[in-house]
Design a protein around this ligand. Structure first.
Ligand SMILES: C[S@@+](CC[C@H](N)C(=O)[O-])C[C@H]1O[C@@H](n2cnc3c(N)ncnc32)[C@H](O)[C@@H]1O
Length: 334
């Protein structure tokens, strides 16, 4: 493959988890942070291969072209001038063999602008669209299984890329509140799960976190609590192995004697329209007791709840967007 930079975008706020995973995968040291609170990484050099087994939320693009801002002109305006059909054609053809699961001769254009750029999103999309049309006159525009030409721009940095792979598509059990697997992996990544870890999810739901902990992170054992019997039943079926202990009980019945220094509590507290919210003071108390018993905590919570939890527990906090809702991850670095 021509050494075109890879551009890895994640959901806003998740780049920090992806970055550590990329480093572990040996993807090199040079990263340029991109807009929107570091939701995009540009990996310029030193990437030995595509990080195919990336499990935290990410989409990987091969770069068609990119621009920084120059001499007072914003990067989005500059990219509009750079988008030429011959350059688009050359780059797309170069990258095509690496695009996962596409049918050729179909393309779609997706465009995002962030921050105050001097070019409107629709205009930018139109420029890219026109360039793609004249580069590939025989191709059909289609969103179904098409080669996805993606454009992301803000005043500082802009790129046009071809999507090579994504792990944002897989879904869970369809149960309310079910966490997508890549989000579960993002939390497990932050919690540094390894073969010694016992992963505890006191709000287990259908068990997505625990399932990923066993399958993708080879955790030694998992423990879950859940009050909804339909969700617990799905989890029991999914986690049907000697490594799982499941309790159809409230988190409050957890006996802290079962916690030791290998315990990693990885969870998402109930929030959003479907769930009655658990009282924040109760949660702070519960998390504090678990920490005192030796557990390390990584929790995804609503933005509002997380500011209380973060303060009450002295955890680090990172804002993220989950299914369009403002949320935050609280985690520890010790
Ligand atoms: C956002 S979901 C958790 C998703 C889950 N972590 C996963 O990996 O799929 C929150 C879950 O907490 C459960 N829940 C609410 N109150 C609870 C309590 N007191 N004890 C245990 N679970 C509770 C809800 O029934 C719901 O299934």
């Amino acid at each position: 493959m021509a050494r075109r930079p890879l551009i890895i975008t994640t959901q806003p706020g998740w780049a920090f988890a992806t970055l550590s995973e990329l480093r572990t995968a040996g993807a090199g040291e040079e990263y340029v942070r991109f807009h929107h609170r570091d939701s995009t990484l540009v990996c310029r050099d030193g990437i030995p291969a595509l990080p195919k087994d990336l499990s935290t939320p990410a989409e990987v693009f091969g770069e068609v072209m990119s621009s920084d801002s120059r001499r007072g002109e914003d990067a989005t305006r500059r990219i509009v001038k750079l988008v030429r059909p011959d350059a688009v054609k050359r780059a797309v053809l170069d990258l095509l063999p690496y695009v996962e699961g596409t049918r050729p001769r179909r393309y779609s254009v997706v465009c995002e602008t962030l921050g105050r750029t001097s070019v409107r999103r629709q205009d930018l999309a139109l420029y890219v669209e026109r360039a793609a049309q004249s580069a590939f006159p025989g191709w059909r525009r289609s969103s179904d299984r098409a080669v996805r030409i993606f454009c992301k721009a803000d005043p500082e940095y802009a790129f046009v890329g071809v999507q090579l792979q994504s792990n944002l598509g897989d879904d869970d059990s369809g149960q309310p509140g079910a966490l997508r697997r890549h989000l579960a992996c993002g939390l497990l990544q932050l919690a540094s799960i390894d073969a010694e870890s016992v992963v505890l999810d006191p709000f287990m739901g259908t068990g997505t976190i625990l399932d990923a902990a066993l399958r993708q992170y080879q955790a030694r054992a998992v423990v879950g609590f859940e009050v909804d019997s339909a969700a617990a039943e799905i989890a029991e079926r999914r986690l049907n192995s000697g490594k799982a202990s499941i309790f159809r009980q409230s988190f409050e019945s957890l006996d802290t004697a079962m916690i030791d220094s290998h315990t990693r509590m990885v969870t998402n507290a109930p929030f959003g329209a479907q769930f009655e919210r658990v009282d924040t003071r109760k949660l702070v108390r519960f998390f504090r007791e678990c920490r005192q018993a030796g557990a390390r905590i990584t929790v995804l919570a609503s933005r509002e709840q997380s500011s209380h939890l973060g303060r009450g527990l002295g955890l680090r906090r990172k804002n993220v967007i989950v299914m369009g809702q403002p949320a935050a991850i609280l985690y520890e670095t010790r």
